[in-house]
Design a protein around this ligand. Structure first.
Ligand code: IMP
Ligand code: MG
Length: 177
């Protein structure tokens, strides 16, 4: 089984309801548009796959992978692009999909980077937000849950690449490598 003790913070049912709600709001706000969903790998992949299936508007998807330097539970805000988008985003309506905003440094870098490519519009959807830890000046346009300052795993989120496959969102109580 998995090393390290976990405690469920959000059940799969609670997450499902919220993701459905977010998708309904976005579908309404982007009526008659065809946005490009930019999924930030790897953490947002589970969120993307659920979110896009609840949308009632046509969308395209693409992926970006960034690495933020730091240790496994905190970022330093220095970001490197490991995988870039395959398509041009010029004049397109872009929606960045994130798993979690913590210090906000990663997303802040990503937003500036994408804005420099002249999209038609750019908004941010995040499933989770830890506002207490914010360093960068950035707020999501759509947010699923504000959570306390605890390290969470599951539903795509990892600790040292583990626990991404847990269906519920859990607080990691013990950090075992
Ligand atoms: P930020 O630059 O500090 O906002 O960090 C954002 C990234 O750090 C997220 O996209 C996650 O990959 C990771 N991260 C931040 N908090 C957590 C957490 O509680 N669990 C797992 N990953 C996290
Ligand atoms: Mg992430």
């Amino acid at each position: 089984m998995l090393a390290g003790k976990t405690r469920v913070l959000l059940t799969r049912e609670e997450i499902r309801e919220k993701v459905k709600y977010l998708a309904e709001v976005v579908s309404r706000d982007y009526k008659d548009k065809k946005p490009l969903l930019v999924c930030v790998l790897k953490g947002a992949v589970v969120f993307l796959s659920d979110f896009m299936r609840f949308l009632s508007i046509p969308v395209e998807i693409d992926f970006m992978a960034v690495s933020s330097y730091g240790n496994s539970t905190a970022t330093l805000g220095v970001v490197r692009i490991l995988k870039d988008l395959e398509v041009s985003i010029e004049n397109k309506d872009i929606i960045i999909l994130e798993d979690i905003i913590d210090s906000g440094l990663t997303l802040s870098y990503l937003r500036e980077n994408l804005l420099s490519r002249n999209p038609g519009s750019l908004k941010i959807v995040t499933l989770l937000d830890k506002p207490e830890r914010r360093v960068a000046d950035i707020e999501p346009d759509y947010c699923g849950f504000c959570i306390p300052d605890e390290f969470v795993v599951g539903y795509g989120l990892d600790y040292n690449e583990k626990y991404r496959n847990l269906p519920d969102l859990c607080v990691l109580l013990e950090f075992v490598k």
